[in-house]
Write a protein that binds this ligand. Structure first.
Ligand SMILES: C[S@@+](CC[C@H](N)C(=O)[O-])C[C@H]1O[C@@H](n2cnc3c(N)ncnc32)[C@H](O)[C@@H]1O
Length: 283
């Protein structure tokens, strides 16, 4: 039987993670993610294609950002919904849906507390989105809860060993995250995702992909990310001018070292690895 003393630490932990989520919401609201978002359209397209969505399916895209996966699902005839905690990004998703005359249900909200009844969706997706939730276990439980029995969950996440994983490692060495932070890269490992989704799912399987990016040179990539990508933008802003210069130099070295060797010499080509995990909601 749980006592007050048993439940108190768990409640305190939840409060701490809620505070972290508020802090991370500010990070994703900083910079201008819409200037980065086009780079990852193929990730969402791959996720939707691999999931095999049938017309009429009820689909939710968690942490939809500017709506990539929700839009891709809707183009395939799904009844798609999307949710994100940055209202400005949800607004852009709405404008994109309107421009394409797609009927999407887009909502401001948090992955850790989805505003949908149990079993509302045939398919629940997240394209490099839910991996950034502050409370991994609560977010994973919510993915399972809102998927109907027999429905599908499909998640795309950057891998720890890939280019973006390396970039997060560099940023974390320059600006260590709060101690309570759970690394988003945990979602880039099949076993961890299976653990997080837990006993409510079955048939967990995964595939590894990469999305190719082209920049005029390494500086073009680094300066784009320092200016507009919330996590790197906020980290850089917290540093002294000297600290910023060292961070920039380390990111430049990472980009140069990761360049595809057989690419034309007049521009930079990077392959960014990500993992797609699928699971079925237990009947
Ligand atoms: C890398 S972006 C990906 C956006 C989009 N899924 C895409 O494919 O372009 C990560 C997104 O996760 C959202 N996000 C992170 N944690 C969240 C949370 N706890 N609840 C809701 N949205 C969250 C951010 O606001 C951001 O839009």
């Amino acid at each position: 039987m749980a006592t007050d003393t048993d439940t108190a630490p768990a409640q305190t932990h939840a409060v701490v993670l809620d505070a972290l989520r508020d802090r991370q919401q500010k990070v994703w609201s900083s910079g201008d993610y819409n200037k980065i978002a086009a780079l990852t359209v193929p990730v969402a397209e791959t996720l939707v294609t691999e999931t095999g969505i049938r017309p009429g399916a009820r689909v939710l895209d968690v942490a939809t950002g500017t709506g990539h996966a929700a839009l891709a699902a809707s183009r395939q005839g799904a009844r798609a919904s999307g949710l994100d905690y940055v209202p400005a990004l949800v607004g852009i998703a709405r404008a994109r849906a309107a421009a394409e005359q797609l009927d999407l249900d887009l909502t401001d909200g948090v992955a850790e507390q989805l505003p949908y009844p149990d079993g509302s969706f045939d398919v629940v997706l997240s394209a490099i989105g839910v991996m950034f939730a502050a409370d991994h276990q609560r977010a994973a439980a919510e993915l399972v809860r809102v998927t109907r029995p027999g429905g599908q969950i499909g998640l795309a996440s950057w891998t720890p060993s890939g280019f973006v994983g390396g970039m997060f490692g560099i940023v974390g060495r320059h600006v260590p995250p709060p101690a309570v932070t759970q690394s988003p890269l945990r979602w880039g490992t099949t076993e961890t995702v299976a653990d997080l989704l837990g006993a409510g799912v079955t048939d967990v399987r995964s595939t590894v992909h990469s999305v190719t990016q082209r920049f005029t040179d390494a500086a073009a990539f680094v300066d784009l990310f320092l200016a507009y990508y919330g996590p790197t933008h906020t980290a850089a802003a917290s540093l002294s001018p000297e600290g910023r210069a060292t961070l920039r130099a380390d990111l430049l070295a990472h980009a140069v070292a990761s360049a595809r060797p057989d690419a034309p010499r007049d521009h930079l080509v990077l392959d960014w690895e990500y993992l797609v995990v699928h699971a079925s909601r237990r009947q």
